[in-house]
Design a protein around this ligand. Sequence first.
Ligand code: LLP
Length: 385
Amino acid sequence: MFSDKDIAHFSNLETPFYYYDLNLLRETLKVCSEAASTYNFHVHYAMKANFNDKVLAQVKQIGFGADAVSGGEVRKAIESGFANDKVVFAGVGKSDKEINYALDQDIFCFNVESLQELQVINQLAEKKGKVAKVAIRINPNVDAHTHANITTGLDENKFGINSWDMPACADILNVSANLEFVGIHFHIGSQITNLDVYKNLCVRVNEFAAWFEDRGLSVKVLNVGGGLGIDYHNPNAQIPNFEAYFKIFADFLEIKPHQEVHFELGRALVGQSSSLISRVLYVKNGKKKNFIVLDAGMTELMRPALYQAYHQIENLSQQAHAESVKYDVVGPICESTDCFGKEVLMQEAFRNDLIAIRSTGAYGEVMASNYNLRDAIVTVTSEDI
Ligand code: LLP
């Protein structure tokens, strides 16, 4: 929801830009942190969702760790002040250079995604005379019932080590002097709104934890990943139900006294606290369709083009009760997929109207590109107003 003051301020700014509501972000982080503390759960923020400096500063302040998926993200986490021993490094394709950098930084652990990677980390750690902490990312073959492009925990996905490779994995761990096994890691997908799938995940986590412990490998960390979705259709609902989410794990995981439960939330923490603000460049009324052409495109927000993702679109310059028209809301990029929504029923739009595309805090700014040699996207926060 934007106040008249916000809108008046936006109208003086050059568009497009990402607007961050830092108050809402802080409130969301606080609610999550309090819900996690009830159960003594640990959260690592999945910084791939948004590594804007101002966002990271808030996340760091609440005391969460960082989940990084590249050497660049590991570096960014450390430079942003996250404690080295609160940084985890995941990803299916870590290069030697990235592994060496993370070893030098003594991060908390590597979430390892293949047998070969395990051996490479052992060799590189040996060369440095170090012991690398590792968690094994297991592909649990649990269906997250989310969009096919963002599901990760099925046998056919590239992520994690499959269950049939677990004996070989345990063998490597048992003979590798430069690896310290800390636990097991899972992530079944993103934008999960049916929380029941997490119950299925818990069953698999319990099975795998027992399997490792039976082989003398103590599982200290149960990392269940992230994936909690947000309500894109109701951006003003704002704060996801963290309490219900954590309660599932408290109820269904068999947590032993020597074990910690770790989470890697991204979208749910940052998604609702940002909107992409743009202006109408042109209105085209056709025989079959009406278009509004915005000054923002898929280069600023890729999700609709890539996943046909829904984002609520609002005209901030017209009264809510103004006459409604159906528009295809498109951007200026020379691609037919550069479309934010088809047949969107919204207030009649005019050139220069301000348009808000809501719930863009996660996987928005970070996925921007300069295709078509577009200008870099600008950000504005509630504190700049
Ligand atoms: N942990 C791992 C290992 C992951 O791969 C991801 C997300 C997360 C945690 C955080 O998931 P979240 O809590 O944010 O759902 N670009 C896509 C989403 C890709 C998610 C990739 N992995 C989108 O715009 O919907």
